[in-house]
Design a protein around this ligand. Structure first.
Ligand SMILES: Nc1ncnc2c1ncn2[C@@H]1O[C@H](COP(=O)(O)OP(=O)(O)OP(=O)(O)O)[C@@H](O)[C@H]1O
Length: 601
């Protein structure tokens, strides 16, 4: 089973090498075969030169030396070409393998990223990618080279005492056995420390995360972070260092054994050949013994590396085979015609212990403006994620767009018609304009749309204040960029949403960081430009709910009430309770103003 599995992996890997560069693969194989052949030929000529030194003609000796030199230069040129090609292929394989991984991650089911195990696997695969690339290929080729070279030398040494060969075989077998043990230990270390490796990276980046820097200074957290980082540092590095030390002990022992082995082999040679040994043959034999030993070491090292890589390959292919979001070739979504219906929807995240949404039912007509409100953690964002089709297979109940279940639509066509502003939207270190136009990559040259988006999101004044206008780089980490305030970033993210020619708009807390005057402007624009579009806004600012057609109030994952602002305010409701609690602030403020100024209301 194991052999069959490994064979299947080998075929897949060869497929990858072929896909990346068939010509490169052929050349590097050719060069790898040429080098040991040239080395064997050089040995043959070493013997001839040595033998001709004893009484040979000068011109014959010169000719032999010349041929030997040509062979040496050819071997060097092959080695150079091989190294250069290897460097180039290294880049190509690394690009290919990393691209495959990134493409995969952009397609896997979102719920997998809620799982710690998936993160551990991904980080291990990222670490082993360099090993799978050219490094594996060069180990395979080194293995072939070593086998060819050893066969060539065995042929040259065919008349020698067989005990030399037995010694070599025994020595190599012991070496392979020990490497095998080390590889298993290494694999175990990777498996057991992958989560700590991620933690170590995370604690490291806390020291240069600009957004957290001020908090960390004010709370004087650096020592706390440092201690956490140090603890995890030792947990990750200690097993690796211990293994490295053991490997070093092994390497030194091998070097000492090689020396002893060479001595033993030369003693056997001298004893078996006695005085019949010519100078040339002695030179040939000593070099051959040295080379054969060197090659045997290469053979063991490459076998060990191949073995180690093959132990990791299942994990690599496991990550590449993680389930992807299903691309139903189903119905094309060309825009909402009737509305959205959510029917008895219940939902639970992969790692949550109880249901986050419980039997939720509501409907939204085309063109309606709906606000979803409720306490923190009541499930507002979760409903949106379900409506976006991010968690289809975990849903109980149904979500229909125009009467057809969300899972029957082609997801790309559905998402093309939806624009979303998430609570944790992206703040990209691109130019201001790029931060907006990534909202719809199909329209990146549409200046009119861009200008509309700036106006609707109240971002025009931001662009005017930036040193290079729309082309100003954002974020000081790159390209001497400019940082923006929280509210300016939020307006930019809103512009991104408006830039998308969407039919349905979801906004999750769109104005949480925006000043009241801008907020007012933004909502005015929003209601203007979303006329005819369906919009769903998640908010804690209940003042804006006066302007929507319907308010859905969530409580602990359940629908508590549905109605308009007036309907809900005029009866005992959670909405009324929340609205009054919020408006108390303004009423209290008014009283303060009255007291301060002595004016009458
Ligand atoms: N990926 C996740 N895995 C497990 N539980 C989650 C996940 N995301 C959210 N939750 C849990 O689901 C519940 C609802 O979260 P959700 O973000 O939907 O609330 P919300 O109403 O949008 O809250 P807020 O008003 O604070 O934004 C919370 O208890 C939260 O802990």
């Amino acid at each position: 089973m194991k052999i069959r599995e490994n064979l299947a992996f080998a075929i897949k890997i060869i497929g990858i090498y072929r896909a990346v560069s068939l010509v490169g693969l052929l050349w590097i194989t050719l060069l790898s075969i040429s080098m040991p052949l040239l080395q064997s030929l050089m040995l043959v000529y070493t013997e001839k030169v040595g033998n001709s030194l004893a009484g040979g003609q000068a011109n014959v000796i010169i000719l032999l030396l010349f041929i030997q030199s040509v062979l040496y230069c050819s071997a060097q040129i092959c080695m150079l070409a091989n190294n250069m090609l290897e460097n180039k292929l290294n880049l190509k394989y690394s690009l290919y393998l990393n691209t495959s991984l990134k493409e995969k991650l952009s397609k896997i089911k979102i719920h997998l990223l809620d799982d710690t195990e998936t993160h551990n696997k991904i980080v291990t695969v990222r670490h082993i990618i360099p090993q799978i690339g050219v490094s594996l290929l060069s180990s395979i080729l080194t293995l072939f080279q070593a086998i060819l070279a050893i066969l060539g030398m065995i042929y040259i040494l065919r008349n020698l005492h067989f005990s030399i060969l037995i010694l070599l075989v025994l020595f190599s077998l012991a070496n392979i056995f020990i490497s095998n043990i080390f590889n298993k230990v290494q694999m175990n270390i990777y498996n057991t420390t992958s989560e700590d490796m991620r933690l170590k990276e995370y604690y490291s980046q806390l020291f240069f995360n600009r957004e957290l820097m001020s908090e960390s200074r004010m709370f004087q957290l650096h020592k706390f972070f440092l201690e956490k980082w140090k603890a995890v540092f030792w947990r990750v590095e200690t097993p690796n260092v211990n293994l490295m030390n053991k490997r070093s002990v092994l390497a030194s022992s091998i070097q000492i054994s090689i020396n002893l082995l060479q001595l033993i082999m030369l003693i056997i040679l001298v004893n078996t050949s006695g005085s019949a040994l010519s100078v040339g043959t002695f030179m040939l034999l000593t070099q051959a013994v040295l080379q054969i030993q060197g090659r045997a070491n290469e053979l063991v090292a490459s076998l060990s590396h191949i073995h180690q890589t093959f132990m990791f390959l299942p994990l690599y292919f496991e990550v590449l085979n993680l389930p992807e979001e299903e691309q139903v070739q189903g119905e094309e979504f060309s825009g909402l015609k009737e509305g959205i219906v959510v029917s008895n929807l219940s939902f639970k995240y992969i790692n949550s212990s109880s249901k986050i949404l419980k039997d939720v039912t509501f409907s939204i007509k085309k063109g309606e403006r709906v606000a979803i409100v409720g306490h923190n953690g009541s499930g507002k964002t979760t409903i949106v994620k379900c409506l976006l089709g991010l968690y289809d297979e975990f849903l109980e109940g149904s979500i229909y767009y125009d009467g057809l279940s969300i899972s029957d639509y082609n997801k790309d066509t559905l998402r093309n018609k939806i624009a979303v502003l998430f609570q944790n939207y992206g703040k990209y270190p691109f130019s201001f304009k790029e931060n907006v136009i990534i909202g719809d990559l199909k329209n990146i040259d549409n200046e009119e749309l861009y200008n509309q988006a700036l106006n609707s999101s109240n971002s025009r004044s931001i662009v005017n204040s930036l040193p290079n206008g729309s082309n100003t780089s954002l974020g000081p980490e790159f390209n001497k960029g400019i940082d923006m305030s929280g509210g300016q970033w939020q307006k930019t993210a809103l512009a991104r949403v408006y830039f998308r020619d969407a039919d349905i708009v979801f906004l999750d807390e769109p104005t949480s960081a925006i000043d009241p005057i801008s907020e007012n402007e933004i909502y005015k624009h929003f209601f203007e430009i979303t006329k005819g579009k369906t919009s769903i806004i998640l908010t804690h600012r209940l003042g804006m709910c006066k302007w929507v057609d319907k308010i859905i109030v969530l409580d602990k994952g359940q629908i508590k009430e549905i109605g308009t602002h007036n309907e809900l305010l005029n009866k005992e409701s959670l909405y009324r309770e929340m609205f009054l609690a919020q408006s108390e602030w303004y009423i209290a403020e008014q009283k303060i103003t009255v007291v301060k100024t002595g004016q009458q209301l």
